[in-house]
Design a protein around this ligand. Structure first.
Ligand code: BTN
Length: 266
């Protein structure tokens, strides 16, 4: 597929980038979770970039053991097999990479001004429109493969959300003024962006991803509250460290890095 678009990033060759991943996408009807389907394919030796999308997930999962609401025909519920040669400590970078790629595709295809909340939530209008779940499979102490799970709430209406997600979740349909999203087009754009950014990452390292992430972030510059085993801490988000952790500056000017977990913007 030849994905003809202008780049927001300024990095070379995206306009003429030819995607191989988008052509290999497998479309399924109803599954428990596309993460499991992608894992089966990865275990059977599927190459990097193998992607599975389902119309519905009956057991879609989110971070921290949460469920992911995945009603039929309304979203993009998709998982991609990645096989980078990467130290385990750097796998959080893949989450950020996926977030940047999906955010770029959403802005380009729908015009919805999505932004990224660290580490992996895409927000629009202050509510969540997309979540990313990166799951790693280890072998002999190293990363064997990773599955990047992407859940985009494309065409959900307010009524499609259960009570506990009312006011928390939103969709591209809602944020885009009621214009339905062409899910096929957005899927192709997401796969192309992930593949492009991933190839740039393999070639040039984390720096291009870091720069793009910082430019799309709704977290940087904000006061953040974060829960640790020692209790809650607060600080201003000032950037990303080299492994993808969030740098927080406290009132005394000390900078610490948080590597995982959930932040609250206050
Ligand atoms: C989160 O924000 O908690 C992450 C949500 C990830 C949801 C996607 S939908 C496709 C893939 N399959 C799953 O079961 N989860 C991910």
């Amino acid at each position: 597929m030849n994905y003809d678009r202008k780049t927001a990033s300024g990095f070379q060759a995206r306009d003429t980038f030819v995607s191989g991943w988008a052509d290999r996408l497998q479309l399924l009807d109803s599954v428990i979770s596309t993460q499991e389907e992608a894992k089966k394919l990865a275990e059977a030796g599927a190459p990097e970039g193998t992607a599975v999308r389902a119309e519905e997930q009956t057991g879609g999962r989110g971070r921290m053991g949460r469920k992911w609401h995945s009603p039929s025909g309304k979203g993009i519920w998709m998982s991609i097999v990645l096989r980078p040669d990467l130290p385990l400590a750097l796998t959080p970078q893949l989450t950020l990479l996926t977030g940047v790629a999906v955010c770029t595709a959403i802005r380009e295809v729908t015009g919805v001004p999505a932004g990224i909340k660290w580490p992996n939530d895409l927000l629009a209008g202050g509510r969540k429109i997309c979540g990313i779940l990166l799951e790693s499979c280890l072998r002999e102490g190293g990363l064997h493969y990773a599955i990047a799970g992407i859940g985009i709430s494309a065409n959900l209406t307010e009524e499609d959300y259960p009570d506990h997600l009312q006011g928390v979740g939103t969709s591209l349909l809602i944020e885009g003024g009621g214009i339905p999203v062409d899910r096929e087009r957005l899927t192709q754009a997401v796969l192309t962006e992930v593949e492009y950014l991933y190839s740039l990452y393999i070639e040039q390292g984390f720096q291009p991803v870091k720069q793009l992430w910082e430019s799309m972030s709704v977290t940087l510059g904000r006061q953040i509250s974060f829960s640790t085993p020692q209790g809650r801490c607060e600080g201003r988000a000032v950037g990303l460290d080299e492994s993808g952790g969030l740098l927080l500056q406290d009132e005394a000017g000390n900078i610490t890095s948080i590597l995982s977990g959930e932040i609250e913007m206050i």
